[in-house]
Design a binder for this molecule. Structure first.
Ligand code: ATP
Ligand code: MG
Length: 379
């Protein structure tokens, strides 16, 4: 099988210098190495890539030998991180072989077999994500018609949708993410198989889903992604306690705007909004005597979070922040002027205030006056 090669010169400014250096160094040392995946897809679309992944014929040990400041990390696949600063690293993966070891549920459990470039192509999820860039010849290498699909805004899966979703159900939510991001159509096979395989998301470890959920909602298209997840009945497998609401919709529209403006976003806010109604429902069902309202709120919050982390992991700092946002709502609603300045200096004030503001603009219009009070106080 001879791949299609298309000559493309990308704007140098858009390519990460360190990633380019890593590829060139690997090639100089006699290995095959390419930029691959989302970065090539995004560059071809004229978008600025979020991260740069590299695929190579060198094994993790060989990569580690070439780069002194690197470490092999062993998650589901063995990968190498090449460090460029305390915070920045470039991830390099060895070409994966076609064969995988799967559990009786069809999921990948072991995957450290190395292969050729061609093998690696067929392990990737969608054709638009399986484009490789040869930095020496300035050519995109395409085995799966990914360039055509990208032009036609079409999401096609590599291989059979049913098998690829069984092998890794996370690909279903990735399909939705790319559909929205690329404003593309899903191949009908993909849509059909999302319907029948959605329940498989139950088997994904909560820690892995946490990472995917952040990617789903912390982008410019989060409202679109949310609507598609609802439509495909996938959302329930991420947040089973959540029901659609005006509050969630307003928040996600707001998140998209913030990201477009370059403002910061935090997953704490997202989780606090998704679980707010569930927390309130739980609170109203509690009938424990001799407890203050705040104590009851703490109990309800912890109960809702306990249930949520069975689906998606929430690191401790995150669940603490979610609780802070919720508990501060009552204070922001009721406190008197004397206490107001104290609250203003609370480290979580800003988040709790944003939360109150969004509530007042959606589900709680009666809080508008109160929200205005806090807005003015900050001037
Ligand atoms: P983003 O712009 O969000 O980074 P991406 O396509 O680069 O999108 P990553 O999660 O960074 O997504 O993955 C990099 C590449 O690895 C993908 O483009 C795809 O080729 C491959 N990949 C990632 N996850 C999977 C998966 N679950 N199954 C198969 N291939 C995958
Ligand atoms: Mg990426």
């Amino acid at each position: 099988m001879i791949p299609f090669r298309q000559s493309v010169k990308f704007d140098k400014k858009l390519i990460d210098k360190d990633a380019l250096k890593v590829v060139k160094t690997l090639v100089k040392n006699g290995y095959e190495a390419y930029l691959v995946g989302g970065c090539i897809r995004d560059l071809l679309l004229g978008l600025k890539p979020k991260d740069f992944d590299i695929a190579t014929s060198a094994t993790p040990e060989q990569i580690h030998k070439v780069f002194k400041r690197s470490r092999i990390i062993g998650r589901r696949f063995k990968l190498v991180h090449i460090m460029f600063s305390a915070r920045k690293y470039i991830e390099v993966a060895t070409f994966r072989a076609g064969k995988v070891k799967t559990s009786n549920k069809g999921q990948v459990i072991r995957d450290n077999f190395y292969g050729s470039l061609k093998d690696d192509v067929f392990r990737r999820d969608f054709t638009v994500n399986a484009l490789y860039y040869d930095v020496v010849k300035f050519q995109v290498i395409d085995y799966v018609n990914g360039l055509e699909d990208l032009k036609a805004s079409q999401i096609n899966i590599i291989g059979r949708a049913s098998e690829r979703f069984e092998e890794d159900p996370v690909r279903m939510i990735r399909a939705i993410r790319f559909k929205v991001k690329l404003e593309a159509d899903l191949n009908p096979e993909i849509s059909k198989n999302i319907n029948s395989n959605a329940y498989l998301l139950k088997n994904i470890p909560p820690a892995r889903l946490y990472e995917e959920v952040i990617k789903l909602f912390h982008n410019e298209n989060s409202i679109g992604v949310y609507k598609e997840l609802l439509k495909f009945e996938l959302f329930n497998f991420l947040f089973s306690q959540t029901e659609d609401s005006l509050f969630i919709n307003s928040t996600l529209i707001n998140t998209s705007k913030r990201i477009k403006r370059g403002d910061s976003v935090t997953p704490a806010f997202l989780f606090a909004v998704f679980l707010w109604d569930a927390q309130k429902k739980c609170l109203s069902s509690l009938s424990i005597k001799n407890k203050t309202q705040i104590e009851l709120m703490v109990i309800a919050s912890e109960e809702v979070i306990r249930k949520q982390i069975q689906q998606i992991m929430m690191p401790k700092w995150l669940s603490q922040r979610v609780k802070d946002i919720w508990l501060m709502q009552k204070q922001l609603e009721n406190c008197n002027d004397n206490k107001a300045n104290e609250l203003l200096n609370h480290p979580r004030f800003r988040m709790a205030y944003d939360f109150l503001l969004l509530r007042s603009e959606s589900i709680n219009p009666e809080l508008k006056k109160r929200a205005k009070f806090w807005t003015n106080l900050q001037k």
